[in-house]
Design a protein around this ligand. Structure first.
Ligand SMILES: O=C(O)CCC(=O)C(=O)O
Ligand SMILES: [Fe+2]
Length: 305
């Protein structure tokens, strides 16, 4: 089956698709998954202090997988602590869809001057109609969806917390030169899909791309250089980090299906500080998935376009 046909297959609602061929890193069942030992990579470069303060479980407990038939693709099984998942979900909802970042809502003039999507949805007169309207936020070099080209005129500062978090993952995996220069945060409702595409706008296509998922699960499809080659389907669950490096970087990929995750890893009962904002975020993420897609745009040492 081609990528195109697999996409239609998994997207179908009635009857719902057979998911038995979807690769599950938590239960590979003889499918094309291989566990990677991270110790020969960069784990040693993470100081003990940084490890203690970090969002992540200890690196020695990370499960990293590769796919022999998809060279360069890596998936880390949720390395986040549950409280860090909550922190990142809240950042993606409350902090990132704000100026100077750009969102899909900016073009539609639906928010009153200066009001953020979060405030509009959660304020005194909550705009319930806007909750499902947020589709993406761009950060750093802002992706131009029409020209598919980055430009220096559409560049703002990357949030330092996101840069630091991605650098940590990159270092553990041995990608020591990675610079987080652009990000897209994608917001999915339960019926959303992301059509097949390749990400080729970055000048530097040798640098890896980091794709971090929170909230409900996705069936992620990855194929070959066109939509006519066959594709593999795999589950991405909350906290999972996908890394597209080397030849996997330019493969067609997309998200045909969002599925409820009964485990809700972001909700575990450990010292959960219940503040007002988290209560709102928790209710949003009960029917949504967030994906943070972080890219390097420039060549090593290059400072601008
Ligand atoms: O949501 C995902 O897992 C993938 C997102 C993606 O491919 C993109 O933003 O380019
Ligand atoms: Fe993509």
């Amino acid at each position: 089956m081609t990528f195109r046909d697999s996409f239609k297959f998994y997207k179908a609602r009635k009857p719902p698709p057979d998911l038995s061929e979807v690769i599950d890193i938590r239960n590979p069942d003889g499918k094309i998954v291989k566990k990677v030992n991270v110790s020969p990579f960069g784990a040693a470069c993470i100081s003990e202090q940084l490890q203690t303060d970090s969002d992540f479980k200890p690196v020695e407990n990370w499960n990293v997988f590769e796919f022999p038939s998809i060279p360069g693709l890596l998936v880390i099984e949720n390395p986040f602590k549950p409280e860090s998942q909550r922190k990142w979900i809240l950042k993606c909802l409350r902090d990132y869809p704000c100026k100077p970042n750009i969102t899909n809502l900016d073009a539609h003039d639906v928010l009153e001057n200066g009001t953020t999507w979060w405030d509009a949805c959660c304020g005194l007169n909550p705009r319930k109609d806007l909750v499902s309207k947020l589709r993406w936020t761009t950060l750093g070099y802002h992706h131009n969806w029409d020209t598919k080209q980055y430009s220096e005129d559409l560049r703002t500062k990357m949030p330092e917390d996101l840069t630091r978090m991605t650098k940590y993952i990159a270092t553990v995996l041995g990608f020591h030169d990675f610079e987080a220069e652009a990000a897209i945060v994608n917001y999915y409702r339960m019926n959303s899909t992301l059509a097949g595409h390749t990400d080729h706008s970055e000048i530097n296509l040798d640098a890896p791309l980091f794709s971090i998922s929170f909230g409900q699960s996705a069936v992620f499809l990855i194929g070959g250089p066109t939509q006519e080659e066959p594709a593999h389907a795999l589950y991405l669950r909350s906290g999972d980090v996908m890394v597209m490096s080397t030849s996997s970087r330019l493969r067609y990929h997309g998200v045909p299906k969002i599925l409820y995750d009964p485990e809700e890893l972001w909700n575990s009962k450990d010292s959960c500080v219940i503040d007002d904002d988290w209560i709102k975020a928790k209710s949003y993420i009960a029917d949504a998935r967030i994906n943070v897609n972080v890219r390097q745009v420039l060549m090593p040492g290059q400072l601008s376009l």
